[in-house]
Design a protein around this ligand. Sequence first.
Ligand code: CMC
Length: 428
Amino acid sequence: MSQTAEIKVDGKTIELPIIEGTENEKAIDISKLRGQSGIITMDPGFKNTGSTQSSITFLNGEEGILRYRGYDIADLAENSNFLEVSYLLIYGALPTQEQYDKFQQEVTTHTMVHEDIKNILDGFPSISHPMGVLSSLICSLTAFYPNSLNPNRSKSEIDLSIIRLLAKLPTLAAWSYKHKIGHPVNYPDNSLDYTSRFLKMMFGLPAEQYEVDPVVAKALDQLLILHADHEQNCSTSTVRVVGSSHASIYASISAGINALWGPLHGGANQAVIEMLEEIKADGGDTKKFLDKAKDKNDPFRLMGFGHRVYKNFDPRAKIIKKAADDVLAKLGVNDPILDIAKGLEEAALNDDYFVERKLYPNVDFYSGIIYRAMGIPTEMFTVMFAMGRLPGWIAQWKEMRENNEPIGRPRQIYTGENERPYVPMNKR
Ligand code: CMC
């Protein structure tokens, strides 16, 4: 028998259905509550609100579990590759060899972008942050593919937009960096795999031979897998809400890139390195910075620490911490920042403030150190995150549209002035 919950409002008892997921997670369905009682629920930051029923990613913050379509993140990071994981997220099952070959072939075919995009790129000042450039260029795809504005497109047209996004985002990401440093852009080398192709566009110079380091390519591919989806986080919810108005998939993904940019979300990977640099420049006194983070009058937060849903450990951070050690050793990089990070982590994990609030290192704490070792500049870190999160955003956008979900439109409790008459300016 299906379970229900009861809520009493002004002496009237209202029965509400309880929804249960495949991992036994439960939710009280309040969608009819207002109609039955006149009241709404309040939950700033949606800390306890489910916005959808999704079959893409399962996350259990208490136990530190993260699975894409039922597959454990560690299993995928170890054994799969980013393109295969992208297919899994978007289409719901691991591809057969034939499906994979076709998917890879299609993505490879669409890696070039229209030459006019270079004109848009050239309009940005070189001081532009690459995240702003990337989101603008992704949104500009609506102009090159105006058919994407049609909300009633066929499945095959949507699939083509998906392929274009996966194919072109790395090109635009690498170009946003080349533009920043004043280098000519590199065209995609389609003889390479997805991640290596990006690295060559990012680091290669037209006048020089560029050999992709397999250690770097493998590590980047793993990082992309670990970032590929994370259920209803800030940027993914943004993508779903924007898409729920039937906006183009390019506009929706562009909005997700902007949401990711903030330092409380994906922008934390850049902020972590800046914080570690600051600690180093200040003499390496981690205690001083822990005290700052604990001081409620100081806006400083320990970047790369804490998470809305993980209250035990972030399974991605565990894998990335080990990968940071491995990659730095394989590349022969000795980065003093890594020691500061480890010292800071140890001090925080033994500090009552962080223990009581269950604040652990998150995915962004060690990822920046690996990016640095690969030679990726700090301002590009969040762009790397966007590249990784892209298949997740796409899968979530597609699921939302296929389920024909209603437009996202929360309610509010108004706390402003009551009705009052207009007073002409000369009488105020
Ligand atoms: N440093 C110091 N105190 C913290 C931190 C931190 N990094 N994170 C949370 N707290 C404190 C916070 O002040 C609050 O204390 P109190 O209960 O005394 O008021 C308590 O812990 C709960 O924090 P919250 O802000 O209510 O939690 P939230 O779920 O709203 O915020 C968060 C989650 C990730 C925004 C936050 O932990 C944070 O700002 N962390 C630093 C930024 C960061 O690393 N972001 C990347 C997140 S992982 C990548 C991604 O998926 O986006």
